[in-house]
Design a binder for this molecule. Sequence first.
Ligand code: FE2
Length: 217
Amino acid sequence: MKVFLGFIPIEKYTGLALTEIIVEQLSAHGLSLENIREQGCDNGSNMKAINQQIQAEQQAAQDYLSMATNFLHPCLSRPGAGGFFMKMYKEELDHMQRLIEYQLIRGGAIIISGLNAPTVNENLTLYCAFKQSLNMEKSVTEMLENIVKVAESVNDYQCADFITSVYLAEQMASINELSHHITNMSKICGDEHAVYHYDQRLLKSYPHPFNFKMPGN
Ligand SMILES: [Fe+2]
């Protein structure tokens, strides 16, 4: 049997404040945390770290989208790189959505935060874009490692396992892929003919189809 306890007005959204409100409301209904079943609706610190990660994944998606559109533009015309960064953009959106679903399943509060505008560089080279991406992925990885630390500190082993086995594994693959591109690009950097062929190779793996149609067509 499920019982609806009511709506609770929230003024502060920090992990600590949300935890205090939940504990307060439960005790007002004569319920003790000791009797909680299932996931116990997360603990405050974990909830906050996951919300920060949701924002980081969304920010990464936006930054990749900016790079992709830069390369797809006729002025830069690197369609392979454009397709590659579109793929990265979609992956980050998927990471964000999975975290949102995870937080929902565990009954955690989801906070959708604002994003920073990406820095647009109209002369972005493939080499710089891959290096920028590697730095982004490294800082995202550090944030994920922090979630694992927080989760373990409160004995939330399921969360630690989920982040480690799903997210950190994907980060490792992503960092490896970008590292290969950086090594290759560092060898041909400055040779636009070689960069053209590298981009054509990327295009075979990551084509970006344009679905735009004029009205009436
Ligand atoms: Fe991600």
